[in-house]
Design a protein around this ligand. Structure first.
Ligand SMILES: [Zn+2]
Length: 509
């Protein structure tokens, strides 16, 4: 169907009334038929919506009322992401035009600093405890003065809500009896380097934002999709806390970077899972097309932003993985032997066929749709008896595909061949009743990010992408495990700033 769309505006411009009148009958018939096919293609494209294609529900005409839902399995498909099997070359959202300047404070512009000296509620003193030379325990002298100090703002949960506290941290040097000067100093951890950035992002205690405040800011950004200037405004009006947009940006990235070791452990855990759902959607990294992958099991969700190549997939699903994959028809997935093909994708294509202009294609579409739905329904209804019940359906589906593959209608032929060429993966769930026949879990897991991308136009750096993906992974995995993600992330940051590896996300609470 797409081929005949090759007709150009110039072709149409040539077809004036005098030109058409000058043609002989046979040529005129040929041209009319060609034009008819073009119109059919256009009409079918116009009728595309979230029910019969991979278009997202948000693209549906809001003025057209949905008919009462008669199709239970297709209603699950509404969570469709906008990256679709037709593999768009570019993200649907045109990226914001790139500004000439770099983000953040411009060279020469007025700097941002606190208008008043903060008033600390508490002074926390840090003394060295032990001498590294002689292992002697160090006593705190009566009169000591700190060699360094800094303020830390922290978000505290109280009985009645939340508040921002301010503490002054003092660090001391003690002279040991052995003559060694021993210093206490703020903790330090992982350093993240990003090419082209003046200062590396270092996990350290020597910052003005406490772990819970950093987590709160990351939550406002990633989960509640607030822009950095909005977060700045929010903190100022509701807490009287003045932070620069640069500091807020640093907090969001720090939270993500602190989660890197948690995600590494989740990837190891994922390889032992029985069933993993996989999907991918277009992503935008500073105007460059990237892909966001997601791998979801019952207790793990891992996001990854990168290319759409198979190598990228191997970072999520390694050779150690022996379980089942539930995927759409994307070729990168095809090598894996134990695979269930998502039936919701095929059903959407069959639904599109039922609206074809060609009567034969319409009827065949109806048939395929009926058999696919019948298969899902029968598997859901009959436990042990399913194999007996399903074999006639499988036979009919195969017959319909074999007939469809011989037809001239391009879309009918394509769908029939798609099912036949991947037959074992399409029907894997009949032999293995524990397999889900659709990939809704993965599509649902991508939905939050797809909406965020539309609001924020994606991420700006590879570190930003990795940090964002790490936060999404930890938040979604915590949700699957019924854990509070924010308490966990705050703990991860607190440990990371001391250079201590975080524990894994608890499985049960
Ligand atoms: Zn000593």
């Amino acid at each position: 169907m797409e081929k005949i769309m090759n007709i150009t505006k110039e072709d149409l411009a040539k077809m004036t009334l005098p030109y058409l009148k000058s043609l002989d009958h046979e040529t005129l018939v040929d041209i009319s038929f060609e034009l008819r096919n073009v119109v059919i293609g256009l009409l079918e494209r116009l009728e595309k919506n979230s029910k019969n294609s991979s278009n997202p529900p948000s693209s549906d005409n809001p003025y057209k009322k949905k008919p009462k839902d008669k199709e239970p399995e297709s209603s699950d498909d509404e969570d469709k992401k906008d990256g679709e099997e037709s593999h768009p070359e570019k993200p649907n959202d045109s990226p914001r035009p790139e500004p000439e300047r770099n983000p953040g404070r411009q060279p020469g512009s007025q700097g941002f600093w606190r208008s008043e000296t903060p008033v600390p509620e508490q002074i926390i003193s840090h003394y060295p405890e032990q001498c590294p030379c002689c292992n002697r325990h160090l006593n705190i002298p009566d009169k000591a003065s700190p060699y360094m100090g800094y303020y830390v703002f922290e978000l505290e949960k109280t009985d009645s809500g939340i508040r921002i506290s301010c503490c002054l941290h003092h660090y001391y040097i003690i002279m040991c009896e052995c003559g060694q000067e021993v210093k206490s100093s703020p903790g330090q951890g992982y350093v993240s380097h990003q090419d082209g950035r003046k200062k590396d992002l270092k996990l350290t205690e020597y910052v003005m934002t406490g772990p819970m405040l950093v987590t709160f800011i990351a939550a406002l950004s990633v989960r509640y999709r607030m822009s950095r200037p909005k977060i700045r405004e929010f903190l100022m009006y509701w807490f009287g806390l003045e932070l620069s947009v640069g500091t807020i940006d640093r907090c969001i990235r720090e939270a993500g970077v602190a989660c890197f070791p948690v995600v590494e452990e989740l990837i190891d855990e994922l390889q032992k899972e029985d069933v993993v759902h996989l999907d991918e959607t277009p992503w935008n990294e500073k105007g460059v097309l990237k892909w966001m992958w997601v791998a979801v099991s019952c207790t793990i969700a891992i996001y990854l932003i990168g290319t759409r190549k198979k190598e990228e997939l191997l970072k999520l699903i390694t050779e150690a993985f022996l379980g089942w994959l539930v995927t759409d028809g994307y070729m990168a997935y095809r090598d894996h032997e134990k695979r269930q093909r998502c039936l919701a994708h095929l059903i959407r294509k069959a639904v599109a066929l039922t609206g074809a202009v060609d009567e034969k294609a319409q009827k065949m579409g109806d048939w395929l749709l009926k058999e696919l739905r019948c298969l899902i329904k029968t598997m859901a209804e009959y436990g042990e008896d399913n194999k007996k019940k399903c074999s006639p359906i499988l036979a009919r589906l195969k017959k319909a595909c074999n007939l469809g593959a011989k037809e001239d209608h391009a879309k009918l032929k394509a769908l029939a061949n798609e099912i036949l060429n991947d037959w074992d993966a399409v029907v894997a769930f009949v032999k293995n009743p524990d397999l889900p026949p659709t990939n809704n879990e993965a599509e649902r897991a991508l939905r939050h990010a797809v909406i965020s991308k539309r609001i924020s136009f994606g991420t700006r750096t590879s570190e930003g992408s990795k940090a964002y993906a790490a936060l999404l992974s930890v938040i979604e995995t915590c949700r699957l495990r019924n854990q509070n993600p924010w308490d966990f992330i705050s703990q991860v940051i607190s440990l990371g700033r001391k250079g201590i590896a975080p524990g894994s996300i608890p499985l049960f609470s």
